[in-house]
Design a protein around this ligand. Structure first.
Ligand SMILES: Cc1cc2nc3c(=O)[nH]c(=O)nc-3n(C[C@H](O)[C@H](O)[C@H](O)COP(=O)(O)OP(=O)(O)OC[C@H]3O[C@@H](n4cnc5c(N)ncnc54)[C@H](O)[C@@H]3O)c2cc1C
Length: 336
């Protein structure tokens, strides 16, 4: 569709995400560093409230100052305020020029410091992702970019897009910042096909990692984000603690959003293994929160711990008060 219309939808979370769920979570993803999150692309929503009332959150114009900002109330409300039945979205113009490159670093701290440097310098990258040496090895082993093989070192993936001149300019600026943090030379994807393969290797990385698990292994996948000023600190300490587990584990993430994930494979049949992974994950989450960061948890981690640490009681009370006018029972809509 993009090729024909010259337009595309830039919000890009997990490969299985559906539009309703993307609204429900105000999702982000690889392109959020440049294009923002779902809330930035919703023009209006048709919502059925708990009592059957149907509302439209907004009309077409961009101007939003008249009345409540209902788009922002419903986007990210996790289905608790109403059922979204129609969604009108904006599309972005396909950029004139696009380039994809990777650059390696001697340590994960150097890679994270370079990423923070890029963001703090205000360089307009289209996407910036991090993968540690284990994750790069997984990409090579999976063969998803064969015959090309990548260096198995902490790596930043960049997408540059814009006019020819702005892309050239951004590459130069990022190159200089990377050098300052001991980065190697850029390796560019040689054509559109290789760009696609490289980016899909990043997108499919969780599945590539899962395909390597031994029989009986489970994966613990974590998700934290911190301010750029603390990114290098948290990623260095967390990686060390994760490596010390002695398990098959890797780091990757949307580093341009100050975000990274750990994926740790463990065997709950081995005495104490799950508990040590849980300790490591809790330490990372607590560290992120102490650094004024945030977390989401995708596995069986205690919801109570998450709620009591990630949001304050006052936040939770405000959220539940907000829900009351929409439904006396506040029944959440089940996930699709
Ligand atoms: C490998 C992988 C990578 C991912 N990376 C990212 C990422 O980078 N950023 C990110 O944000 N997410 C990411 N995700 C998570 C996921 O893709 C997103 O959260 C997505 O937005 C949810 O879509 P879904 O269709 O799975 O929604 P669901 O899980 O089905 O629903 C999400 C919420 O929306 C509500 N909902 C669904 N439909 C409606 C509706 N019609 N009306 C009202 N409420 C509704 C549900 O009740 C639920 O509360 C990733 C997932 C995977 C597996």
């Amino acid at each position: 569709m993009a090729e024909k219309s010259g337009l595309f939808f830039p919000v890009d979370p997990g490969p299985s995400a559906k539009i309703g769920g993307m609204v429900g979570t105000n999702c982000s993803g690889t392109n959020a560093v440049r294009y923002g999150t779902m809330k930035d692309w919703v023009i209006n929503l048709t919502v059925v409230l708990a009592d059957g009332t149907i509302i439209k959150t907004k009309r077409r114009p961009r101007k939003t100052s008249a009345g409540y900002n209902l788009n922002s109330l419903f986007v990210g409300s996790e289905g608790t305020l109403g059922l979204v039945t129609e969604i009108t979205l904006k599309l972005a113009v396909v950029p004139q020029e696009q380039s994809v490159a990777v650059v390696t670093f001697p340590s994960i701290r150097d890679a994270a410091s370079a990423a923070a440097g890029v963001m703090r310098a205000g360089v307009q990258v289209a996407a910036m992702e991090i993968m540690d040496e284990v994750q790069m090895k997984v990409v090579n082993l999976s063969g998803s970019t064969a015959p090309r093989k990548w260096k198995e070192l902490p790596t930043l993936f960049f997408k540059f897009s814009g006019t020819k001149a702005s892309v050239k300019d951004n590459i130069q600026m990022v190159g200089a910042i990377a050098k300052k943090h001991k980065g190697g030379d850029f390796e560019f994807a040689k054509d559109a096909q290789e760009q696609k393969m490289l980016w899909s290797a990043r997108k499919e990385s969780l599945w590539s990692m899962l395909s390597m698990r031994k029989e009986g292994n489970e994966v613990w996948s974590t998700d934290v984000a911190v301010p750029f000023s603390r990114l290098a600190d948290i990623i260095e300490i967390s990686k060390k603690e994760m490596d010390d587990l002695g398990l098959f584990a890797s780091i990757l993430g949307h580093i341009g959003d100050g975000n990274f994930h750990e994926s740790i494979l463990y065997d709950s049949r081995v005495k104490g293994e799950k508990e040590k992974v849980e300790r490591c994950v809790k330490n990372m989450v607590n560290r992120a929160l102490e650094m004024e960061g945030t977390c989401t948890v995708r596995t069986s981690f205690s919801l109570i711990l998450l709620l009591s640490t990630n949001t304050s009681r006052a936040n939770m009370e405000l959220e539940s008060a907000k829900r009351k006018p929409f439904s006396k029972k506040s029944v959440p809509i089940p996930s699709a």
